[in-house]
Structures are given as structure tokens and as C-alpha cells.
Design a protein around this ligand. Structure first.
Ligand SMILES: [Zn+2]
Length: 260
């Protein structure tokens, strides 16, 4: 094992095991030889090669429970609601080089199966990563949560073109340069303003859709969509024309539908 390789392994082990740690690590100024391998959506490091870029990314190639998936023929699950309770957060916005992300202040939770998951951050993909009956939406919003054990749950929302959304305007107006994070004094946002009224959802067990593609991520995709304007979609695509991982095989997994 080369020194470079050892240094990289050590840096990987000491990263916090949360999604915030993983995402922040990709935007921190890298010490020479210390950065996680660079991955992209196009070019030589595109999603079909993620698993070859690092042994830390091997699940991207060898995992059996990967995300995103095409949601088709779900089975009926319990009608339990997603107990979402999100307040406002001071706007801390990250241009990670992979997406636009908003980091959330502590204390905002979703209850899943009787257990609390705290909202860490939300971010966007274009086009949508998940598909419904083979159809993609123009964009997809991911709300990333963690429980006390560090297990992850993501709430996904399909974004269609329609009416302008004022919260999206606030976000897009405050995007920092690539690789940077900024907190905007005096500006608050509430992710509830980006959610549909009806919170019926599909659930399945999957993975992170970015390296290292870690599994045992509890996915909850809302069945109702939200709208943002065509200009707002185009503004995002001006920075990130495509930042979606292709669909992954279901491998016998069940998708449950939870209606309310
Ligand atoms: Zn995502």
C-alpha cells in the first residue's frame, strides 16, 4: 500500500459517519493526497465508473440495494402518515460541486416507524433520480435525515414545471461560488414551503445516490409533486445540467405504498 493510499484510508476512517460529513468532505479544501477520489456525472469518472474510483466506493458497483429505482407496482403498506415537522432555519447554503445544498439547524424531525430522524440538509437533482412508472420529473428534492444511531432516511419530492416557488428564488439568489458554503445573515427558509400538501408516499430500502453509495438508507418518496417555474429549473440547470445517478436494479426489493 502506498503512502498516498494509506493517507487516504486514514482520512476516510476519521470522517464523521454522517451524510453531512460525507458531503462537507467533498467541498473542504483538499490537502494534497488527502481528498476523496473525484467523481462526476459525466466524463471519465461518471456513475458507471464510481465503483472503480476507490475501494471506499465499491458498493456503487457491488451493492444489491442501490438507489435510485424505478417505482412500479408497489404493494400496499400501512397507511401511517409521514409525521413531518419542520420549522425555519437560518440559510446556510452550499455549492458542493455536485449540487446545491441547504444545511438545516438542529431540532427538525420526521417520525418514521415511531422513531425520530433529524433533518440534516436538503439538496436538488436534475433530472429526477427516481422514476415513477418509468417517468422522470424535471427535478427531485432530497431531505436527508439521521436517527440517533446514524442511520439515514431520505424524503424525496418530485419537482414539476409550473408555478414559481418563492423559496426557490431565495435559494437561487444566494448560491455561493462552486466549492463554497455561505450563511446569509437574516435570511430564514423553511423546507415545508417546498413540500406538497398531501404526504402519501412510497417507501423502500436503498442507498445514497452519490459515492460511497452506502446502503440501509430508508427512502420515502412523496406521491404528490411540487411545482417550480421553468426559469427556476433552467437556472439550476445552468449550474448543474445533469446531476442524477441512473436507475439501479431492484433485485427483488419491495416498494410499499402508504396512502392517507
Ligand atoms: Zn440526493
Amino acid at each position: 500500500m502506498t503512502l498516498h493510499r494509506i493517507l487516504h484510508r486514514v482520512s476516510t476512517w476519521i470522517l464523521p459517519q454522517s451524510i453531512v460529513g460525507i458531503l462537507v468532505a467533498t467541498v473542504s479544501p483538499a490537502l494534497a493526497g488527502d481528498a476523496p477520489p473525484h467523481w462526476t456525472y459525466g466524463g471519465a469518472a461518471n456513475p458507471s465508473h464510481w465503483g472503480e474510483l476507490s475501494t471506499d466506493y465499491s458498493l456503487c458497483e457491488q451493492g444489491r440495494d442501490q438507489s435510485p429505482i424505478n417505482i412500479q407496482t408497489p404493494i400496499a403498506g400501512s397507511p401511517q402518515p409521514l409525521a413531518l415537522s419542520y420549522g425555519s432555519t437560518p440559510l446556510t447554503i452550499v455549492n458542493s460541486g455536485h449540487s446545491i445544498q441547504v444545511n438545516y439547524a438542529p431540532g427538525n424531525k420526521v417520525k418514521l416507524g415511531g422513531e425520530d430522524y433529524e433533518l440534516l440538509q436538503f439538496h436538488f437533482h436534475t433530472p429526477s433520480e427516481h422514476a415513477l412508472d418509468g417517468n422522470n420529473a424535471p427535478m427531485e428534492l432530497h431531505l436527508v435525515h439521521s436517527n440517533a444511531q446514524g442511520e439515514l432516511a431520505v424524503v424525496g419530492v418530485m419537482i414539476e414545471v409550473g408555478d414559481e416557488n418563492p423559496t426557490i428564488d431565495t435559494l437561487w439568489e444566494n448560491i455561493p461560488p462552486s466549492g463554497q458554503t455561505q450563511t446569509i445573515n437574516g435570511v430564514m427558509v423553511n423546507v415545508s414551503d417546498l413540500l406538497p400538501r398531501n404526504q402519501s408516499y412510497y417507501s423502500y430500502s436503498g442507498s445514497l445516490t452519490t459515492p460511497p453509495c452506502s446502503e440501509n438508507v430508508q427512502w420515502n418518496i412523496l406521491t404528490e409533486t411540487v411545482e417550480i417555474s421553468e426559469e427556476q429549473v433552467e437556472a439550476f440547470m445552468g449550474l448543474y445540467p445533469v446531476n442524477a445517478r441512473p436507475l439501479q436494479p431492484l433485485n427483488g426489493r419491495m416498494v410499499e405504498s402508504h396512502r392517507r
